[in-house]
Design a protein around this ligand. Structure first.
Ligand code: ATP
Ligand code: MTE
Length: 178
């Protein structure tokens, strides 16, 4: 058996995820106590549960760096959290600050995630050239893994199904090795 497959066998099977939605419009609705539809956040949670992993926390914040940092600090400070997945604010509008805000706290960035995510997005006929309009990336902080995904439900579904869920156990195994 290849060493890659052996490592996959050692992957943890019980993985705890913390989900953070970054959306100014949805945050404002929540503050006005209006009903909030967070389709992308819901898709992430649903796919985690379908994979027999756990959701240990959820937060909804606007595109504001201090609120984003607070949400990630809170998720990282939760001893249960293994993986944080966020959705939103990875594009190039002037309010998109997720990647610039969180990248600076990464111990190490997982650059390959951005490469492969944009490749699979490009191969989706619905996305094609719009694939390079996201700075979606991943990184490691204190042995916990963070994925910063775009806001679109299709992007979130693609990243979770094709890239994150099949590899996350193996990734945590590697991140925890000396
Ligand atoms: N949580 C979400 N659920 C479903 N769709 C979303 C979500 N967040 C963003 N989208 C959609 O993804 C696309 C781009 O997302 P982006 O993060 O730029 O959000 P937006 O809707 O412009 O933002 P905001 O709520 O921050 O004003 C838009 O088409 C938006 O409607
Ligand atoms: N797979 C995939 N990637 C995608 C998209 C998508 O729908 N699916 N949308 C693109 C578009 S149109 C933009 S503006 C950015 C959005 O990033 P944001 O929603 O985080 O701002 O992601 C890009 N990457």
């Amino acid at each position: 058996m290849s060493s890659h497959k052996q490592h996959r066998q050692h992957a943890p099977t019980n993985i705890n995820f913390y989900v953070i939605t970054i959306s100014t419009s949805r945050y404002e609705k929540m503050m006005k106590k209006e009903p909030v539809i967070d389709e992308s956040g819901d898709i992430i949670k649903q796919l985690i549960i379908q994979s027999n992993y756990n959701v240990v926390g959820y937060d909804l914040v606007p595109d504001e760096k201090v609120k984003i940092l607070k949400a990630f600090a809170n998720a990282l400070d939760n001893s249960q959290t293994d993986v944080i997945i966020s959705t939103g604010g990875t594009g190039y509008t002037q309010s998109d600050v997720t990647v610039e805000t969180i990248r600076r706290i990464f111990d190490r960035e997982i650059e390959g995630f951005s490469d492969v995510f944009r490749l699979v997005s490009y191969n989706d006929p619905e996305v094609r050239s719009a694939s390079y309009l996201t700075k979606a990336t991943a990184g490691i902080v204190n042995g916990k893994v963070i994925f910063l995904l775009p806001g679109s439900p299709d992007a979130v579904r693609l990243a979770m199904r094709e890239l994150i869920l099949p590899e996350v156990g193996h990734l945590l195994y590697i991140v925890r090795r000396k």
